[in-house]
Design a protein around this ligand. Structure first.
Ligand code: CMX
Length: 496
């Protein structure tokens, strides 16, 4: 392992510059700079003091079984407790909902949700940003939101039949033409300065996701934008990232910035933007071992730039056992509704007969060797608190969702009956709903019915955690990952 010897002179210069002192509040990069020295020192101390201590003894089952339980990864921003679910720098989802800033335009809306920008700030620095800090950060990323023409041309050239996740990973990969990190590396910049370039790339990538995601959606499902002279996905510099993402999708009543393809009124538009905010903030990070996060971290450990690293993570997210599950859940709910002819919300409430037929339906799925989508988890052993938070979004809107939407009611109902069935089935270690159970039906409710597309929005949100970690990987000078692999004979030899 290498030791970082050189002081962060650029950091010191910045911290004491009159420029910063003149402003009451630090921006995101300055806030990060202010927390780096202490954390670096802690990191180096832990490595020095405990470097030779065993952390855990792995088992053959773990090596042959997806490395379950093997504490092999370092991750700064979040932890997943099997019973409590995810915490971000020690704070639960509920606490984040209480303390992280919302859009300044929604100060009086009791149903507004905190911003993914606030979450990114918190993940990266461990500090709760002020409203002014988040407003200014939202502005910064909106200002960087224009996607280069060549990326849009690449997207426009792709067949609409290409999976939207493939389109997304192509766009993110090609965006690495923007990478200051790759250019700095080529110029021979000191490795102690890498993180600043990784930071700039990460912000640039996150900023461009709304337009990229919007373009993929329009091209795939609305035959591009060429037939219309109306604006689409124009970035509103005053508004937050989720607002601009909703605009880019055409799911916004703000026709100055988008086509209003759903004909939303102001309330529907506002609710959809809040759904995007909640969804993206909650899906941003889930410790380091999940496929998308781990892949980003692994590829980044080879000093591939943030665009290449994250596009690799996106490809992992496209797997049906990971990010694709939300689409599977909606398809499952629609099939369940049709097969059992459940078209009326009132028929679902307090109806023991319906409960019985749902249970029977679940058994038929399990007996045919299929999984119940949206249930189970590699780490969690209780209902996913992200599921609860998304469910609450619908429960808080009785007049539009809870008492009106059969799909949402079915998700709610399933969460009450499926765990018992899975427990009796006896295979699943976690018989409870995971995050994917509730998210897709909410998008579906607002007219985003293209289930294949859900994972693309997941990918937009998942940029937050892995890119924040990638910056820390460069701050701490983490080395290239190179775990040991064993063949079957070597395993037998070691344990016999
Ligand atoms: N329905 C039926 N059987 C299930 C099940 C489910 N929802 N979840 C797990 N099982 C089965 C597994 O297939 C496995 O069976 P075999 O022993 O025959 O192979 C057994 O239960 C044990 O699996 P596990 O240890 O509980 O779960 P894993 O850690 O291997 O897998 C997960 C976790 C999420 C892939 C799995 O629960 C699953 O396939 N769920 C359905 C798909 C889903 O909802 N995915 C979203 C996950 C959230 C995310 O990461 O994005």
């Amino acid at each position: 392992m290498h030791t970082i010897k050189r002081p962060f002179h650029r950091l010191a210069e910045r911290q004491f510059s009159t420029n910063i002192a003149a402003h009451a509040e630090l921006d995101l990069k300055q806030t990060l700079q202010s927390v780096i020295p202490k954390r670096r020192e802690q990191f180096l101390n832990v490595r020095k003091q405990y470097g030779n201590k065993p952390l855990a003894q792995t088992t053959v089952a773990s090596t042959l079984g997806g490395m379950r339980g093997s504490p092999a990864l370092y991750w700064e921003s979040s932890k997943v407790d099997p019973d409590k679910g995810v915490t971000f720098h020690g704070r639960t989802i509920e606490e984040c909902q209480q303390v992280l800033p919302h859009s300044r335009f929604d100060a009086n809306d009791p149903n507004s949700e905190f911003l993914p920008e606030s979450m990114f700030w918190f993940l990266l620095t461990g500090q709760i940003p002020s409203q002014a800090q988040v407003d200014s950060f939202s502005r910064t990323i909106a200002e960087q939101g224009e996607t280069p023409e060549y990326i849009l041309k690449i997207l426009d050239s792709l067949p609409a039949t290409l999976h939207p996740m493939s389109q997304l990973s192509i766009a993110i990969t090609a965006l690495n033409n923007n990478s200051g990190f790759a250019k700095a590396y080529e110029k021979g910049v000191s490795k102690y300065d890498f993180w600043e370039y990784a930071f700039d790339d990460a912000i640039d990538l996150i900023a461009k996701l709304p337009q990229i995601i919007g373009r993929i959606y329009q091209n795939t499902y609305h035959r591009g934008i060429s037939s219309s002279n109306e604006p689409l996905g124009t970035i509103d510099l005053e508004k937050d990232w989720s607002y601009n993402l909703a605009s880019a999708l055409g799911f916004n009543s703000d026709t100055a910035h988008s086509r209003n393809i759903q004909n939303f009124n102001g309330q529907e538009s506002n609710d959809f933007v809040n759904l995007v905010r909640l969804y993206c903030a909650l899906h941003g990070d889930h410790e380091g071992g999940n496929v998308s996060s781990h892949t980003t971290h692994l590829v980044g450990s080879a000093l591939s730039d943030p665009y290449l690293s994250y596009s690799a993570g996106v490809q992992g997210l496209a797997g049906p056992l990971h990010g694709l599950a939300a689409q599977e859940v909606v398809r499952f709910i629609l099939a369940l509704k049709e097969d059992l002819k459940l078209n009326d919300v009132s028929a679902l409430l307090n109806n023991k007969e319906v409960d019985g037929s749902i249970v029977e339906y679940l058994w038929s799925i399990l007996k045919s060797g299929r999984v119940i989508p949206g249930y189970g988890h590699a780490v969690l052993r209780k209902p996913d608190p992200r599921f609860d938070a998304m469910l609450q979004f619908g429960l808080k809107r009785p007049d539009t969702i809870m008492n009106k939407d059969v799909n949402f009611q079915l998700v709610h109902k399933l969460s009450q009956v499926a765990p018992e069935v899975l427990k009796q089935h006896g295979k699943t270690k976690n018989p409870f709903p995971n995050v994917d159970s509730s998210s897709g039906v909410l998008f579906y409710h607002y007219g985003l019915t293209q289930t294949l597309f859900f994972t693309v929005i997941f990918a937009g949100s998942r940029a937050l955690g892995p890119l924040s970690q990638l910056i820390w990987d460069r701050i701490l000078g983490l080395p290239i990952e190179r775990p040991k692999s064993l063949d079957l004979e070597s395993i037998i030899k070691r344990v016999e």
